[in-house]
Ligand binder design. Structure first.
Ligand code: 4AD
Ligand code: MG
Length: 450
């Protein structure tokens, strides 16, 4: 029976008969035999097969070139070479699929830009194989975190008529291009969701603790290394919870994910450490065992003003913190992750609970060194009159949001939640510098390949 390379490398003993399938990474030939390194993506490491000339299938050995797929039957024996535990002494080989010599991943050391242009093949490199295994592990850890805390997983819609963030950065969904909204598929204007929060709140106000984890879409034209037009977001929402409880959960969440990766992705971490970020492991270990700084927006602005540093975007109370400010705060001021809370209400969406000072809202952002904002959340405005007034002031059509106001009419409760950008989390735990390199097929302004 076929076994994964990962399991073969972990085998407790030699095995008389094994089968391994995968893609040839390298092959070296001598007169009597060939060495073939086979990788099937189950682990960073491949397994070496020794193919003697004359065994069945060996007449095709010259076609078992880099990129070709092969099946090898043989004996699992202790490796002669250093570094590897086991290798396969082949008794039979089979060429499954040839890879002609224009296979683009012949040599090592391609640029990330080139690899993005062959995003259909890049998972076959060591680095991107590790990225996508990490992505899978991290998604599993997200579900584990919430499951252990009795949060209910909710699937919120992808097509929606409401603009959660109120920023107007939505992709239209239509089957009636250029036609009237009333004659469109849903009888009104619809969009791809920017966040599952509003719908998530409805279920938190019934099941108490819920979370969503799904794709979200933003038509913001920011061509940065941290923005994608399609990205995945995790959004917990808790009834009977205030901003402090929300910040506590956000910090516990990040720590849990980092610990999980440290405990379970040892092999993959080593390649990020080697080729992407030398300081990765100490940074992750520091986060897993240390605390988060916490500071109000007002204090953050004071710190920035006092720093004497000239920022590209000038600092004054009321501005939206830019990534240069966020990075300065966590990299220079607290030297670690930082949660900033109580932002000016003018720059925050309608749903955030107003503070009594009349100026700020119960918003919070979690910032981490290297990436900046990784989480954004808030306590929600649960007071009917205040919420309605703010929605009117923001020009929202109350017809569309009656259901949202109903939550405040029938058994309203203080509640809070946040959104964590899954790709940003992944950038943080891998050290990868560009969001395009942690999602399989990136959607960014001007680019929708594959
Ligand atoms: O801060 P944001 O816009 O918050 C919300 O959408 C709230 N409704 C969440 C909530 O309270 N339930 O987005 C949340 C996070 C950001 O902190 C960031 O990590 C990520 O989503 N994010 C993006 N990631 C990649 N590309 C983009 N264009 C992103 N926009 C936001
Ligand atoms: Mg935000």
């Amino acid at each position: 029976m076929r076994q994964s390379v990962k399991n073969l490398l972990k085998s407790p003993s030699a095995q008389a008969s094994v089968e391994v399938c995968g893609w040839v990474r390298t092959r070296r030939d001598s007169k009597e035999f060939s060495f073939m390194e086979i990788n099937d993506g189950s682990s960073l490491q491949g397994i070496q097969a020794i193919v003697d000339q004359g065994i069945p299938g060996s007449e095709d050995i010259s076609k078992m070139a880099t990129g070709a797929s092969v099946r090898v039957l043989g004996e699992l024996i202790e490796s002669q070479g250093k570094g590897q535990s086991w290798e396969v002494r082949a008794t039979k080989v089979e060429l499954v699929g040839e890879a002609p010599d224009d296979f683009p991943l012949q040599k090592k050391g391609h640029s990330p830009e080139f690899l993005r242009s062959i995003a259909h093949l890049r998972p076959r490199t060591n680095l991107y194989g590790a990225v996508f295994r990490m992505r899978s592990r991290l998604a599993y850890a997200v579900h584990r975190f919430f499951n252990e805390r009795d949060f209910t997983y909710i699937h919120t819609p992808i097509i929606t008529a409401s603009d959660c963030e109120g920023a107007g950065e939505m992709f239209r969904v239509t089957t009636n291009e250029g036609g009237k909204a009333e004659e469109d598929f849903f009888g009104k204007k619809t969009y791809l969701t920017v966040s599952g929060q509003l719908e998530g709140e409805t279920h938190a106000c019934a099941l108490s603790n819920i979370y969503t984890f799904g794709p979200t879409f933003r038509a913001e034209n920011s061509n940065t290394t941290r923005h994608a037009a399609e990205f995945w977001m995790i959004e917990p929402e808790m009834a009977f919870c205030n901003l402090e409880g929300d910040m506590d959960l956000a910090e516990d969440f990040i720590k849990f994910l980092v610990k999980d990766v440290l405990d379970n992705n040892e092999g993959d971490l080593s390649i990020f450490e080697k080729f992407v970020d030398k300081g990765l492991r100490p940074r992750l270990e520091g986060l897993a065992s240390g605390g988060f700084g916490r500071m109000s927006y007002t204090e953050a602005v004071e710190r920035l003003l006092k720093s004497g540093k000239k920022f590209e975007y000038p600092v004054e109370w009321g501005i939206n913190l830019q990534s240069e400010h966020e990075r300065y705060l966590c990299e220079e001021v607290v030297n670690g992750p930082l949660t900033v809370y109580d932002y000016p209400k003018e720059i925050k969406p309608f749903y955030m609970r107003a503070n009594d000072d009349g100026k700020t809202a119960t918003a919070m952002d979690v910032l981490v060194p290297g990436v900046g904002e990784i989480i954004g959340g808030s306590q929600r405005e649960e007071r009917y009159d205040l919420l309605k007034a703010r929605m009117e002031a923001d020009g929202l059509d109350l017809k569309d949001y009656g259901w949202y106001l109903d939550l405040r009419k029938y058994g309203t409760v203080p509640h809070a939640g946040f959104g964590a950008g899954f790709e940003r989390l992944l950038m943080y735990v891998t050290g990868m510098q560009n969001i395009r390199d942690v999602i399989s097929f990136a959607r960014t302004p001007g680019s929708c390949e594959f």
